[in-house]
Design a protein around this ligand. Sequence first.
Ligand code: PMP
Length: 292
Amino acid sequence: MKDLQMWYNGEFLNADQAQVSLLEHGLHYGTGVFEGIRCYETDKGPAVFRLGDHLARMVEGAKTMEMSFDVHAMHSAVLELLSRNKMTSAYIRPLAYFGGGYLGLDVHPLNVNVAVATLPWKSHLGDAASMKGTTMSVSKVRRNPASAMPPLKLCGGYVNSILAKLSATRKGFDEALFVDDDGRVCEATGENVFYVKNGDVFAVEHPDALAGITRNSVIELAGAQAVPTYMETLLDADEVFVTGTSAEVVGVSAIDDHEFGVGPVTRELAAAYQDVVHGRDSRKERWLTYVA
Ligand code: PMP
């Protein structure tokens, strides 16, 4: 970590030099927006997957808080940072948040700080998850409704995911599944949900769920149909899997006491996704931004 560089407000700094004040607004109230992006090794060198789409979603999140920042500078910073850190694969974390000087709730007087970190990759559901699948428990904590917190990557919104994840891990599950009061499936704490029935692939659609970029990619790869889904339909599926930048495509082996196998369609899509992100699928080259 010590030798890694990070980008902060236009400067490249050693990770241990980058410091912030204890009075940053974002630290107290979660008034920030972030992205989770990945860079993968390909035959043509490292490539960032759907960089423009991730940064566009970040700008959308910033707009909800009337926050503006230079997204072109951030785009360049991501690529230069990967090259300075000599990383061929990485997790990329851009962040924009309101700075210090005032702790009131009117954000207009505040400056915006921007940062990018590139970190060595560690799978977030665990490497074993891709092989044996992940387990989920239906969360008693409800998802932030879109009417209260837009489903974008706003920092403070993630406390909701964390509360749900804590209760799932306390029960011995890997992940929490958000289901609404009407029994409709929403998403997991950091992944979107899909299911397979009689060979057809369906993407769970819910207004409170993040419009995942992996979800969008897998819908295109699988020719999946996006549908609102009740919990009973999900439990009746042949296969269930989740998608996310960090999780990629991972089978769900159990939802509470209902067990699924990690099935053939999930395995096929997980492999197809790996081909895309590693630049082995020429039809999806447009999703890759090469570092050099
Ligand atoms: N839902 C939530 C709540 C998330 O945090 C994420 C991760 N960004 C996802 C879904 C999956 O989104 P993506 O495929 O864009 O990473």
